[in-house]
Ligand binder design. Structure first.
Ligand SMILES: NCc1[nH]cc(CCC(=O)O)c1CC(=O)O
Length: 314
């Protein structure tokens, strides 16, 4: 960060992926930073960085390297000091991160739900419909509820996926309601209530990472941290860490609550949705004992078809 506070000096360089959704998230971050610190627009510089995850679009992320493909270029830029902080979709950030970085801020959580595009509800999907998704959690959860559906790989940014739907490559797809909202396209999706459909860990949240050694940036970012969101995301990530979940692991988790108590529901699925294990936990923010106990209990109750998709203890 630039310690020279003179008017007009760039105070922070924010690295971001260059997809339209990532850019919208970076703009939101910049707006919040300027409001919190009284900086003008040109005092926060957005630095778009092309991520490998945006280059290879013909294969599922889980096959080509997982969530690291969203972070590795930004990580290099951050480590080399070419940017002061990275803007991430919290859901896309691997469970285990380099020690030299830390999450200095989580912005207030937006809509956490998945939305269905092309059908009103899971029950309303036409029998035998083709559903486009590359997310193991979405595919397995869908097949658990609707074994008659056929899942096909669907990657690319939001516009690409909507284009594939338009072109008839699938009848239905899922998109994060938060993503549609940030792109001004909420009207396209039908959000699914968490009672019947559990979203992904950290969905709907923008996370800001900086170098742990950079006290100035850490302090500046802390001004826009949202405590409730942090409590939820840290708990959801603690569950993933305890499960040893990877991008191949169909795990759904949602944490909500307030007033000093958080409530978590989670489910694990087998690859084709034939098996499913559900559980809940209640805990106080920061006390992840019950969350870890939930992870252990879910794996204990799981059969081999689910357990083989997780690496607990790693
Ligand atoms: N993996 C892609 C991705 N990462 C974050 C979002 C949406 C925004 C969010 O969840 O914060 C999306 C798109 C989607 O799942 O439809």
């Amino acid at each position: 960060m630039n310690s020279n506070a003179q008017s007009g000096a760039v105070m922070m360089r924010l690295g971001t992926r260059n997809s339209p959704l990532a850019m919208a998230q970076a703009v939101e971050t910049k707006t919040r930073l300027c409001a919190a610190h009284g900086w003008s627009e040109d005092q926060v510089e957005l630095v778009p960085v092309m991520a490998s995850g945006d280059k290879v679009l013909d294969r599922p992320l889980a096959e080509i390297g997982g969530k690291a493909l969203w972070t590795k270029e930004l990580d290099v830029w951050l480590a080399e000091g070419r940017i002061d902080a990275s803007v991430h979709s919290a859901k896309d950030v691997e469970t285990i991160r380099p020690n030299q970085f830390h999450f200095a801020s989580f912005l207030p959580r937006a809509d956490r739900r998945d939305a269905l595009v092309g059908a009103q509800s899971i029950a309303a999907i036409a029998p035998g419909a083709i559903v486009g998704t590359s997310a193991p959690r979405r595919a397995s959860q869908l097949l658990n509820l609707r074994p008659d559906c056929k899942v096909v790989t669907f990657r690319g940014n939001v516009a690409t996926r909507l284009g594939k739907l338009e072109a008839g490559e699938a009848d239905v797809t899922f998109l994060a309601a938060a993503g549609l909202e940030r792109l001004g396209q909420s009207d396209l999706g039908n959000p699914l209530e968490p009672d019947g459909w559990i979203p992904a860990a950290a969905q709907g949240v923008i996370a800001l990472e900086c170098r742990a050694s950079d006290a100035e940036t850490t302090t500046a970012l802390a001004a826009i941290d949202h405590a409730q969101t942090r409590a939820e995301i840290e708990a959801e990530r603690a569950l993933l860490a305890r499960l040893g979940g990877t991008c191949h692991s169909p795990v759904a988790v949602l944490c909500e609550g307030g007033g000093g108590s958080l409530f978590m529901r989670a489910a694990l699925f087998s690859a084709h949705g034939g098996e499913r294990v559900d559980g809940i936990a209640e805990f106080t923010p920061g006390d992840h004992g019950p969350v870890e106990a939930l992870a252990d209990d879910l794996l204990t109750r799981s059969g081999e078809a689910i357990r083989q998709l997780f690496n607990p203890g790693q």
